[in-house]
Structures are given as C-alpha cells and as structure tokens.
Design a binder for this molecule. Structure first.
Ligand code: NDP
Length: 253
C-alpha cells in the first residue's frame, strides 16, 4: 500500500471559507494530495483569485454559511454539478475579541451562529449523503480557545469548546455508517484572523509566544497537512479525535 494511503486521488472536498488563511492552506494541501476541492465564502473576488491560484481542480461557490435555508441547495448543487462530497472541512469561522463584560448578546449570538450552528447545519446536510454512501470524512476546525481558557474571547471560546461536544455526539451516530468525524485544534497560525487578534497587542503576542514549545507560530500548510491525513485512508480507524496542531502549546508549561 505504501504512501498511497495518504492519497486523496478521486475524492472531492468541500472547504468552507477556503479562499484565505487556514482554509486556503487546507485547500492547497488537499489538492496536492490529489483531491478536487470546492471552496466557499462570502466574497466572490477572494474566491475567484484563490481558485485561479489553486488550479483546475478547484471550484468556488459564493455562500454565507449563516443563511441556513440555502445550505441544503448548496450541498445538492455541489453533488449534482461537481460530484459526491467525500470530505467536508468546516473551516469558516469568525472571531470577536472583547472582555466578557463588553460582549453583547448579539456579539455572542453572531459568533455562535457562524462557528457552531451553521457548522452543525452544513454537517447534517452533507452527512445525509455520506451516511447513505457509507463513506465520508468530516473535519471541524476547533481552537486552543476550545481546550483551555483564554481571556477576551468568551463567545469564540464557547463556540470552539462546543465543537468537541459536536464531534463526540456525531461519532456515536455516524460511525456505524463509516463516516468519520474529527477536529483539528490549530495553535497560533499566521493568518488575518491571528494578525488582527495580536497585532495591536504586544503583551498578548509575547504571552502566546512564550507558551509555544516550538517557539514559533504555525503556517497554514501545517493545518493543511493534518487535514490531508485525517481525510485519507491512513486515518481510516481514527474518529472522535481533537488533534492539536500547535507546536506544543497545549502541553507547554
Ligand atoms: P480568516 O479570518 O483568515 O478566514 C476566515 C474564513 O472564513 C474566510 O475565508 C471567510 O470568508 C470565512 N467565513 C467567515 N464567515 C463566513 C460566513 N458567514 N460564510 C462563509 N464563510 C465565512 O481566519 P483563519 O484562516 O485564521 O481561520 C480559519 C478557521 O481556523 C476558523 O474557524 C478559526 O476559528 C480557526 N482558527 C484559527 C486560528 C489562527 O491562529 N489563525 C487558531 C485557531 C483556530 P469570507 O469573509 O469571504 O466569507
């Protein structure tokens, strides 16, 4: 079998928010492993640019994941016009940096809508197809904020902590259909979201840097490579895992 177990040749992946940052890194890595990739997001220009850089096996669809009534037709359209979705990467997410005392109910709801409720809705609709085919790999993107307490990200942290509950619950129901559900918990990865969160806050940046055992921030390709592994047959007996890709930040003292 050799390295073929890592190949994604013939597979189709849907990567939400695949036009920039970690989603783009994941899309690149999946394509390099042989998959075709559909990326989504709200900004057409960004998606267009990304697809022309990613090459002929990449496709884009403009879609706002919070418009939940459009999710069933998004999945139907992909399955009808591009192919059966073998891999779903729930990458799209938003961040909100504010002290708990300054976080309004509507800020909290907005984060939960995008990072949790839309993720569930897309997963359920994709899983309808995957369960029927008895095959599929679903990857959630969690966060360090889902593994330990971080100040000034209360809503974000709750949304990412809930991803663990989602993974656990779905594993109990989907495994009998050979559909695997895992999450990657990225550490601090160089992307716009990360830069926005730390750029104007040098003490925060220093605190983070001190925490990372490997002493440097991660690259989007680091998350991409983990996504390839979890999507591939090399991980065919792996489900229910929250995989930190964090340069040792989770365990470092
Ligand atoms: P970016 O802000 O760079 O990218 C976010 C992506 O999500 C964009 O493609 C954006 O596209 C998309 N998106 C946001 N809201 C929606 C929506 N309503 N509908 C469709 N797409 C949407 O962030 P990152 O690349 O850093 O983050 C990607 C994921 O990784 C997120 O889930 C984040 O929480 C997680 N993460 C990031 C870490 C980091 O250090 N960077 C650390 C831990 C987790 P558009 O705006 O065009 O819609």
């Amino acid at each position: 079998m050799g390295l073929d177990v890592f190949s994604l040749k013939g597979r189709l992946a849907l990567v939400t928010g695949g036009g920039v940052g970690i989603g783009l890194g994941i899309s690149k890595a999946l394509l390099e492993a042989g998959a075709r990739v559909v990326i989504t997001g709200r900004r057409e220009e960004i998606l267009k640019e990304a697809v022309s850089a990613l090459g002929k096996n990449a496709y884009y669809i403009v879609n706002d994941i919070t418009e939940k009534e459009k999710i069933p037709s998004l999945i139907e359209d992909i399955e009808k016009n591009i192919g059966a979705i073998d891999i779903l990467v729930n990458n799209a997410g938003i961040h909100h940096k504010a002290w708990a005392q300054d976080t309004s109910d509507s800020d909290f709801e907005r984060i939960i809508q995008t990072n949790l409720l839309s993720v569930f809705s897309i997963t359920r609709e994709c899983a309808r197809k995957m369960l029927a085919r008895r095959s599929g790999s679903i990857i959630m993107i969690g966060s360090m904020a889902g593994l330990f307490g971080i100040d000034r990200v209360v809503a974000y942290g709750v949304s990412k902590t809930a991803i663990t509950g989602l993974v656990n619950a779905l594993v109990t129901e989907y495994s009998q259909y050979n559909v695997r559900v895992n999450a990657i918990a990225p550490g601090w990865i160089e992307s716009n979201m990360f830069l926005n969160a730390v750029e104007k806050d040098p003490p925060r940046k220093e605190k983070i840097t001190n925490r990372i055992a490997m002493d440097h921030f991660g690259k989007t390709e680091d998350i991409g490579n983990a996504a390839v592994f979890l999507s591939s047959d090399a991980a065919k007996y792996i489900t229910g895992v929250i995989l930190p890709v964090d340069g040792g930040a989770t365990v470092n003292f």
